[in-house]
Write a protein that binds this ligand. Structure first.
Ligand SMILES: [Fe+2]
Length: 337
């Protein structure tokens, strides 16, 4: 143990990576096959500090070869791992306690930069990613500092966004994830109870499908550091996130009020495409990309760091876990979310 600490402190195992970019902070073990650091180790204390200052830490070269290794490490941070409820994308549970695959969107699709669950009012403060299979080509999980994004968004856009973003979702088997899967239940009553708890307006349509509306934050204040962060998924849920031909088809076929996902300003007025394009350009320019290696574990403070996924070729297995529920709802109870 002493040797690990000495090496860690004196020989610079903590490095800025990759190639001079500020994120993520790279932590390497003193010896090959060293297990991931346990809660009592100095490295772990340092990880906790770094998460609150930098927002993203990458552990590379430690022994992490299974779902169990990953789960054990993530769970050792002192909070139970969360179930993926009120999700936005398809995933597969790999363990009963909260390890999932990353979003199962087709390999050619790019998933834009986002903070996990920023489309709702309760989210996980920590997110872990673990690499069991790095894609042959691409498949990175790029990251960015959400504080810098907030600071770079022009004042005029911030002013329009700051009252909040209204998320409108229409769930259906045909065009998106069905409500039964999103809410993990077949019971309409349970969906209604969850929506009440989370301040989500829900409406059953004549065909039995569900529409929800929720006014959520666009900008949030980190509960520990007090810093303001850009914390929304307006650019992802907005209809302009669809390919032009898909957008046209959805709008023609369903009508704008029935498209699977869309976002509006807090007052319900439409968000111009150009405004979101400006936000997307800022997100792109702040993105830091680095390749995955087998056994990597990345830990993010989900409010300070956003993440994305690049298209890939070949197989790819990236694990994900989340913990530490937090919410801006006044009467939020973690166990209900
Ligand atoms: Fe994500």
């Amino acid at each position: 143990m002493k040797e690990i600490i000495t090496s860690f402190e004196k020989t610079g195992f903590e490095r800025t990576a990759p190639e001079g970019s500020p994120l993520p902070v790279l932590i390497l073990p003193a010896q090959a096959e060293q297990p991931l650091p346990d809660p009592s180790s100095e490295i772990r204390k340092r990880i906790d500090e770094l998460l609150l200052t930098k927002g993203a830490v990458l552990l590379r070269g430690f022994k992490m070869a299974s779902v169990e290794d990953f789960e054990h490490f993530a769970a050792s941070f002192g909070h139970p791992l969360l179930q993926y409820e009120y999700g936005s994308t398809p995933r597969t549970a790999l363990s009963p306690t909260g390890v999932y695959t990353t979003t199962e969107y087709p390999a050619h699709q790019h998933i834009p930069l986002h903070n996990e669950q920023a489309y709702t009012r309760a989210w996980a403060m920590k997110a872990w990613f673990g690499c069991l299979i790095a894609a042959q080509e691409g498949g990175e999980t790029p990251i960015a500092d959400s504080r810098l994004i907030y600071q770079r968004v022009p004042e005029a856009i911030r002013k329009r966004f700051e009252p909040g973003i209204l998320y409108v979702r229409n769930y259906s088997e045909e065009f998106d994830v069905p409500w039964q899967k999103v809410f993990n239940t077949d019971s309409k009553e349970k969906v209604e109870a969850f929506c009440r708890q989370m301040s989500i307006e829900c409406e059953w349509k004549p065909d039995g499908d569900l529409r929800t509306r929720q006014l959520c934050q666009a900008v949030e204040t980190h509960p520990v550091t007090g810093e303001k962060v850009w914390f929304n998924q307006a650019h992802l849920f907005h209809i302009s996130n669809q390919a032009p031909e898909v957008r046209e088809t959805l709008e023609d076929l369903l009508g704008i009020e029935n498209v699977p996902r869309n976002t509006y300003f807090a007052d319900g007025s439409p968000i111009p495409d150009e405004m979101l394009d400006k936000v997307r350009a800022i997100l792109d320019s702040e993105t830091i990309k680095f390749p995955w290696m087998f056994g990597d574990v990345m830990v993010l403070d989900n409010m300070l760091a956003a993440h994305a996924r690049t298209p890939f070729k070949g197989s790819r297995k990236i694990l994900v876990a989340m913990a530490e529920p937090y919410s801006n709802l006044p009467n939020f109870r973690a166990e209900a979310a």
